[in-house]
Design a protein around this ligand. Structure first.
Ligand code: AMP
Ligand code: MG
Length: 528
């Protein structure tokens, strides 16, 4: 029996985080350093004219929530204009390493958790507004979020979920009716932009940085208390801090494998943007690989160093975990256990990468080192001429194995679509690819897997529909004009990313040329 849906204002909130952990004794909103507390009770700041622009039906169904039809108490609550009975809004205290440097206190500068509820599956879920106004952690910023970044977070959270990748979710997208001033490219040209608020949902939004700040300020008792709390409520069955850290390492490693599999680039993998549950969290200047390029980053703020580019994500995951390991060190008696967990990260990633690549390529997971090298070399090969990551891998399943085995150029036909030149690879690159495909076809034959099973396995690893940067930008441009049809269309498309959906084929093609250099499509900044 599906559970009857309720309105948000009929929910019984159960605020475990607030109930279990120490609050900041002050509720002053002005920017300040906070000590000896896990959070500050912070009411959201009201906005001018809330309007519901987006709603995730699948997530609402999981929460057992009905979609508001008009601007009612529920929309008011999702805009921060009303605190519903049982809610205890708070902003969390955390720190973090930004671009490799310790940044001290950061905290929820514009995110405010409203409360926790139990969903229809029995899972505890936190409801958190992003862009709901200033908190003590806002530093010099305004606590708000612009429509463009909110549309992007709303859509991408849900896209990731349907791809089967651990992520925070997004229930609603509300336009505030207020404007927000942003200097989008930090080039001294601030503009008024429409504001918005996303209601994010996750079992917990605790980050690596929540622990780092406590270690950095020698708050050993609270460090232990927070660790116990996360372990007890979110890692049941894990007995020791060392085992818990090892499990965080494993989850983060599998998350990196998933990101690499679908060509997702987070863009700002600072330790305050790393979930303690191994979820994708804090969608900012993220992007999806278009042309295969290991060094690609959508984040203009990182264009120089490329610390957070596509190809470096796994090693940054490791670095971030080593920061977390250092923060948890006071809890773990045996320092060797931290190193062992980090080695576990490398092993989990490397095993996961091998399996993932085998699935993407439709090959058996085993194979000697030379085999594995040849597989990984494809990424290098695909960088030679601009070739779409998503289309190439998706269409690989259509390559006729017999033709590839024979070195027949017909093997390249299904892949031609992936090339940004518009008419397939050049003759020279085509020959190199054909060579690679010949080796691939030999492995396929040697594997002996029935074709239909192989193709199904490949299609389950290679999504056809991802939230391409230019698609999100079209949804943003339309939403800015008050038209939400594209948001709705994309929400439909992303629900079945691995299935053929002919109605959405216009959204599965290469990035159009107009989008190549358009802000928001290829270049994003942290300004959001
Ligand atoms: P990010 O790297 O974008 O996740 O943000 C880093 C820190 O800056 C976090 O503590 C955020 O809460 C804070 N922050 C980002 N934008 C704003 C804003 N507009 N107002 C207040 N705090 C912000
Ligand atoms: Mg963040």
């Amino acid at each position: 029996m599906p559970q009857a849906t309720r309105r948000l204002d009929e929910i019984e909130f159960d605020n475990l985080f607030v109930r279990s952990l120490p609050a900041d004794p002050s509720d002053q909103i002005r920017s300040r350093q906070v000590r000896d507390a896990a959070y500050t009770l912070t009411p959201p700041t009201p906005v001018a004219a809330p309007r519901l622009l987006g709603w995730s039906d699948p997530l609402a169904a999981q929460l057992g929530l009905a979609r508001p039809a008009v601007v009612d108490a529920v929309v008011e609550a999702l805009a921060g204009n009303r605190v519903l009975p049982g809610m205890q809004p708070y902003s969390a205290r955390y720190g973090g390493h930004q671009f490799g440097n310790w940044a001290g206190q950061l905290g929820d500068g514009r995110a405010i958790t409203l409360g926790e509820m139990i969903d229809t599956t029995g899972q505890r879920q936190e409801l958190q507004l992003k862009g709901a106004g200033p908190t003590p952690y806002s530093r010099r910023a305004d606590g708000r979020a612009v429509l463009r970044s909110s549309v992007r977070e709303f859509l991408c959270s849900e896209a990731m979920f349907h791809l089967g990748i651990p992520t925070t979710r997004a229930l609603s997208l509300v336009a505030t009716g207020d404007t927000v001033v942003r200097d989008m490219f930090y080039d001294g040209r601030p503009e008024n932009e429409p504001g918005a608020i996303v209601c994010r949902v996750a079992p917990s939004f605790v980050r690596f940085g929540n622990f780092e700040i406590l270690a950095a300020s020698d708050e050993a008792v609270l460090l232990r208390q927070l660790a116990d709390w996360v372990m007890q409520h979110h890692y049941p069955g894990i007995g020791t801090y060392a085992d818990w850290f090892a499990e965080i390492c494993r989850r983060t490693a599998t998350l990196m494998v998933d990101w690499m599999r679908v060509g997702f680039v987070h863009g700002v993998m600072n330790t305050d943007n790393m979930s303690i549950l191994g979820l994708t969290i804090d969608y900012g200047p993220y992007g999806w690989l278009e042309g295969v390029d290991m060094m690609w980053t959508p984040n203009t703020t990182d264009a120089q160093g490329r610390r957070y580019c596509y190809g470096r994500q796994p090693q940054i995951g490791y670095w971030n975990l080593s920061r977390l390991g250092a923060a948890l060190a006071p809890l773990i008696d045996d320092p060797a256990a931290i190193d062992a967990a980090l080695e576990g990260y490398e092993q989990t990633f490397s095993d996961g990468w091998t399996r993932m690549l085998a699935d993407k390529l439709g090959l058996p997971p085993d194979g000697d080192e030379a085999d594995q090298d040849r597989r990984s070399q494809l990424f290098q090969l695909l960088q030679a001429e601009e070739c779409d990551f998503t289309i190439f891998f998706r269409n690989l399943a259509q390559v006729p194995v017999a033709a590839a085995l024979a070195g027949d150029p017909a093997a390249l036909t299904p892949l031609a679509d992936a090339f940004y030149s518009g008419d397939g690879p050049s003759a020279e690159h085509g020959r190199a690819l054909l060579d690679w495909l010949q080796g691939w076809a030999q492995c396929v034959m040697a594997g002996g897997e029935p074709d239909a099973a192989r193709v199904a396995r490949m299609n389950a690893a290679n999504p056809k529909y991802v939230l391409r940067n230019w698609l999100a930008q079209r949804a943003i441009d339309d939403a800015t004009q008050g038209d939400t049809a594209m948001i709705e269309r994309l929400l439909q498309m992303i629900r079945r990313p691995y299935d053929e959906q002919p109605d959405f084929n216009d959204l599965a093609g290469r990035r159009p040329e107009w989008a190549r250099h358009k802000p928001g499509c290829s270049a994003l900044s942290c300004s959001s």
